[in-house]
Design a protein around this ligand. Structure first.
Ligand code: F6R
Length: 360
């Protein structure tokens, strides 16, 4: 069942190329290059999109916010479902709610869905499990094509959610006439090429993760830093590490570090940074120099040719900017996986966690 992999989590990380292929199947019109999302064709571009989700699905939502706002200029709010349901949220005409859930059964997310429906706002479900409550109760449904996810820690589901959120961004941008032919082609060609790129690189990423895991396995705390679309990935990297290795980790927007967390930095408190080739690289770099000035060790996901001197640069292939998350995500997952496995933790069944949180 594990297909020769030691754990389901590892198998599912390595399935991500296939997941991207499956999510894209039938979604691109070959003649026009336009994105096809017939499930929501009846809906106009929202005035505001409110994303409601928990855990990793909410981080996918935060990543989607950055991409949708940048490409399509549609305002997006991301609400943690357990807060949304009790917050008496303000939902205005023109708003749409997007509920993101792998299982489609998360209690708080479902409560958010029901609340939004009661308020008369169109609700789109983005879920993986066909026949789940989200699938049945949402007004419109987009399915992620991740296949069954067995490991408690979510990996390929987030990847599939990101593909669908990217397609949503492209659809909105197209509908608003905001996307140049060149940018759309670069995005579509880039995401279509991603499965092969990941198939080629995942084994190397795993080797790097294994080496780094041994070097950093004694750390008791980690700071994950990123900016822009890399910030939600920093949150996800920290969540993966804490849930399966039980090492404390915090994800932070890199620029916010000086407002508190920098006090923690010392040689025993390493930083895992996402410093990819985008318009914020220079800013991230200067944040990392501040970490180094306090003796902090750094692992940094980065791209070829960038001028960055850290203890452990981890060079990922460079891709068109909205797609960088698809290369960073498996690196973060593999690092957490390798540390947890090295420490002998129960990777697929971490303590205190359930795959589907069906109670409040
Ligand atoms: C983390 C993880 C959880 C889930 C969260 C939401 O690895 O698995 O944080 O992402 O419980 O679950 P779904 O997406 O099923 O609503």
């Amino acid at each position: 069942q594990k297909g020769g992999y030691k754990h389901f989590m590892l198998k599912e990380i390595f399935e991500q190329p296939k997941v991207i292929r499956d999510c894209l199947a039938g979604r691109i019109d070959h003649a026009s290059g336009a994105v096809r999302l017939p499930e929501i064709e009846a809906l106009p571009v929202p005035g505001r999109l409110v994303i409601v989700a928990c855990g990793t699905s909410s981080y996918a939502g935060l990543w989607g916010k950055q991409i949708i706002e940048k490409l399509a200029r549609v305002p997006v709010d991301v609400c943690i479902a357990s807060e949304f349901r009790y917050a008496d949220p303000i939902l205005a005409p023109g708003d749409q709610v997007l509920v993101v859930s792998q299982s489609g059964e998360t209690a708080d997310t479902l409560a958010g869905l029901r609340l939004a429906r009661e308020r008369g706002v169109p609700v789109i479900g983005l879920c993986n499990v066909v026949g789940s409550s989200v699938d049945r109760e949402a007004d419109f449904v987009l399915h992620t094509q991740a296949g069954p996810e067995i490991s408690v820690a979510s990996t390929k589901a987030m990847c599939s959610q990101m593909v669908m959120l990217l397609l949503l961004a492209l659809r909105y941008a197209d509908a608003k006439g905001l996307l140049s032919r060149e940018d759309r082609a670069a995005c579509i060609e880039g995401v279509q090429a991603m499965p092969k790129l990941l198939d080629d690189h995942l084994p190397f990423m795993r080797d790097t993760a294994q080496r780094l895991a041994r070097t950093y396995s004694e750390a008791t705390s980690f700071l994950y830093l990123g900016r822009g679309p890399a910030w939600p990935l920093a949150l996800e990297g920290a969540l993966k590490l804490k849930e399966i290795s039980y090492i404390h980790a915090e994800g932070y927007p890199a620029g916010e570090m000086k407002h508190g967390p920098i006090a923690l930095i010392d040689p025993k408190f390493p930083t895992f940074a996402i410093a990819l080739a985008d318009e914020l690289f220079g800013k991230v770099k200067s944040n990392l120099i501040e970490v180094q000035a306090r003796g902090g060790r750094i692992i940094a996901l980065t791209n070829p040719g960038l001028d960055l001197e850290v203890d452990h640069p981890w060079v990922l292939p460079q891709v068109f900017w909205p797609l960088a998350g698809f290369t960073a995500l498996p690196a973060l997952q593999l690092f957490a996986y390798e540390i947890a496995d090295y420490l002998g933790k129960d990777v697929d069944q971490p303590r205190n966690l359930a795959k589907s949180v069906t109670v409040e």
